[in-house]
Ligand binder design. Structure first.
Ligand SMILES: *Cc1c(COP(=O)(O)O)cnc(C)c1O
Length: 351
């Protein structure tokens, strides 16, 4: 039986026998070969999707949260806090509930997908909506955690990165080697840093012999890494990466440079189109932010920057069901018909 990432990767993680392990058995997510999606790229690549929406709360944040909460508990914490575009709050709330510890989550008002908001509420977190954006929320919770005995659960907490790097381990095991290219959405930039750390550690351990190039993707309206400056009012349909001043800016640039990777932008239209394409062609429903990785790969292929035969992994960071509003908003209008067979047949447009 799978018992979560701490149990599985203990020797790579900063835990001891004294660390209480708080887990929802996160990790061990599918790596799916995506041939029908690859067929639309205009170049032959060996494409895989790392489906992180299959984690217990529906995003990769659980990998980091199991380590961060366990270490906080070990240090005697009785309360935890985070700022969030949604998924960190859902994960913090769930793991805190499991630990019997208080959770306080601060989110930008009106900017969090409904599913994520409902998770924080259901798990009993104290939910505080801020009249401000994510970057302001993060600055505030950092201040709170310095002044009060509440442990900070954002990815500036190094234990989050430690847990998240296990996704890179899994990808290598599932492929039997390192991929050539990893496409990943970038918001606060913790995850791209975590994957790179994971790949490097696995190579040092002799588990793989090569390293992938890390390609990070930001939304056009929230692309500080690409612009090289803070974006004061980040805007994108992909709320999970609506971040203008990423906390892990430096390590992310390090990962991109060391891996001879790149960081690029995709438009909201490209994100939404990739979002539908993954769902329609592969049966995998991810959230808009996750689709930025696929949109990015599509763009990279169009620009001729991917070599034929490359083994590519797109990291689908979160589950589409967290944000059904965006799915319905970007779809054609629903059709309703009379309760008659002929009416249904007409609507089917079969003749
Ligand atoms: C948190 C999150 C991201 C961005 O990850 P960072 O580590 O902040 O760069 C992307 N997609 C989803 C679904 C997320 O929840």
């Amino acid at each position: 039986m799978w018992r979560g990432v701490i149990h599985q990767y203990r020797k790579f993680l900063p835990v001891t026998e004294r660390t209480p392990v708080i887990t929802l058995y996160e990790g061990n997510t599918p790596l799916i070969r995506a041939e029908r999606l690859a067929d639309t790229l205009g170049i032959r690549v060996e494409l895989y999707l790392k489906v992180e929406g299959a984690n217990p709360t529906g995003s990769f944040k659980d990998r980091g949260m199991t380590v961060a909460i366990s270490k906080a508990l070990e240090a005697g914490a009785t309360a935890v806090i985070c700022a969030s575009t949604g998924n960190t709050s859902a994960s913090t709330a769930a793991y805190a509930a499991r630990a019997g510890c208080r959770a306080i989550v601060v989110v930008p008002q009106g900017a969090v997908a409904l599913g994520k908001l409902s998770q924080a509420i259901m798990h009993g977190a104290t939910l505080i909506q801020l009249q401000g954006n994510f970057d302001e929320a993060l600055e505030i919770v950092r201040g709170v955690s310095e002044r009060f005995p509440v442990a900070l659960m954002n990815s500036v907490n190094p234990f989050r990165i430690e847990g998240q790097k296990t996704a890179a381990f899994e990808v290598c095991e599932q492929l039997g080697e390192s991929p050539d290219l990893v496409c990943i959405p970038v918001g606060n930039a913790g995850n791209i840093s975590a994957y790179w750390k994971g790949f490097r550690e696995y190579r040092e351990a002799g588990a793989i012999s090569t390293l992938p190039r890390m390609i990070g993707w930001q939304a056009e309206g929230a692309a500080p890494l690409v612009l090289g400056r803070v974006v004061r009012h980040p805007e994108t349909v992909a709320s999970a990466i609506r971040i203008g001043n990423p906390a892990s800016w430096k390590p992310a640039l390090g990962a991109i440079e060391e891996s001879q990777g790149a960081v690029g932008t995709v438009s909201d239209q490209e994100i939404l189109s990739a979002y539908r394409r993954v769902a329609e062609r592969e049966g995998v429903y991810c959230e808009p932010a996750s689709a930025a990785a696929v949109a990015g790969l599509m763009k990279y292929c169009r620009e001729g920057r991917v070599s034929a035969g490359a083994r590519v992994v797109c990291v689908l960071t979160g589950h589409g069901l967290k944000d059904p509003q965006t799915a319905l908003m970007s779809a054609p209008p629903l059709q309703t018909v009379e309760a008659k067979l002929e009416a249904v047949v007409r609507a089917m447009r079969l003749g």
